[in-house]
Design a protein around this ligand. Structure first.
Ligand code: GLA
Length: 356
């Protein structure tokens, strides 16, 4: 790296398909216009110095070549993910990294994946979105956060104007155009969660226990679910199996412009996340119900890990004015992920291509 670079990693909103990634199922997220920006400046020494607008006066001073297990114990703790990405991306020279963000932290809009993909981009990590997402997930695992591929894959590989259908069993992705008449709004519930301390890891373990009996839940069917004897595991598995079916039903409804049909899948997704997967709360259920009751709204669900975070709402244009919700809320615009943006820059630099 020879000169300063500024890169932004977008956050994400998962339109449907939650707790399916680590079960090798399906999901349909979008990369959004809120994100995390890193300004990376080569320093000429062998240190990585990290500052963040969110923590004025604090800094982390890290070695360029860290010990294998050191990212998890870096202080201040907010710099751990940077340390883990540095350990994996191996920038060639010392740098200073300054972090700014338009994404609310802990709100379930993937501020950490946004940071990780922005850093990978700034450090020049090559490869397609799957390669970049794999590195970012590994960085999270190294600091003890047991996430799946959903967030980094869309933050790297999302495409403007489209949702990204991800099949986690094969790694295959497909762009699904968002219809012009569909408006998605996210509402921050204000309830905060941390994937290290929330029951997220418990859900991962429950799904593993179910998969040990019937195989990966993402490709299991209703008959497999019925065969599970433990009632809790049966409910967890039923969520995953039904959620994967809803992803494709939702995508098909979007493609034919059937917003009521798409909204019905979102409603069913929320009921399943709340009833079968137990990742909602009474406050979140009430928030979803009150947003859903507004005229012109077709569907609403908690998005992401649950236990707090954001609700995503599908409505007619103008049905839900973000300024009127009484909570921070944003109209979502689907943007390019970092790898898609890099490819676009590459094509623009190469100039017009010969036809054919
Ligand atoms: C979090 C994790 C993702 C995914 C979602 C639930 O956002 O980071 O990997 O498991 O929860 O769909």
């Amino acid at each position: 790296m020879t000169h300063a670079v500024v890169r932004t990693g977008p956050g994400r909103v998962n339109l449907i398909g939650d707790h399916t990634d680590y079960n090798l199922g399906l999901a349909l997220p979008v990369a959004i216009g809120l994100g995390v920006t890193v300004e990376v400046v080569p320093s000429g020494d062998d240190r990585v110095v990290v500052t963040s607008e969110a923590y004025p006066g604090e800094r982390a001073d890290l070695p360029l070549v860290p010990d294998a297990d050191s990212p998890a114990v870096v202080e201040p703790a907010w710099a751990r993910l940077v340390a883990a990405v540095v350990a994996l991306a191996r920038p060639s020279v010392g740098v200073s990294v300054h972090i700014t963000s338009t994404l609310p932290r802990g709100s379930g809009l993937s501020s950490s994946a946004a940071l990780a993909v922005a850093l990978a981009d700034a450090f020049g990590v090559e490869g397609d979105a799957r390669v970049v997402a794999g590195l970012c997930r590994e960085a999270e695992h190294r600091i003890g956060v047991p996430v799946g591929l959903l967030d980094p894959l869309v933050c790297a590989g999302g495409r403007a104007g489209h949702a990204l259908r991800i099949d986690f069993a094969t790694g295959a992705t497909r762009d699904v155009p968002l219809p012009a008449g569909a408006e998605f709004v996210v509402v921050d519930s204000g309830l905060r969660r941390d994937l290290r301390t929330s029951p997220y890891a418990v859900r991962v373990a429950e799904c593993e226990a179910a998969a040990a009996v019937v195989g990966p839940l993402g490709s299991a069917g209703p008959e497999d679910v019925a065969g599970l004897r433990d009632p809790v595991l049966r409910r967890r598995a039923r969520h995953v199996v039904s959620e994967c079916a809803r992803v494709d039903a939702f995508a098909a409804a979007l493609v034919r412009g059937d917003l009521a049909g798409a909204g019905a899948e979102m409603d069913a997704s929320h009921r399943s996340l709340s009833g079968d997967f137990d990742v909602s709360t009474r406050e979140l259920d009430a928030r979803v119900a009150s947003l859903r009751a507004l005229p012109g709204v077709h569907g609403a669900r908690v998005t992401g890990a649950g236990f707090g975070g954001c609700v995503v709402v599908l409505g007619e244009p103008g049905a839900l004015d973000p300024a009127s919700v009484g909570r921070p809320a944003w109209r979502i615009e689907a943007v390019d992920g970092t790898v898609t943006a890099r490819e676009r820059r590459g094509r623009a630099a190469a100039g017009p291509q010969p036809p054919g």
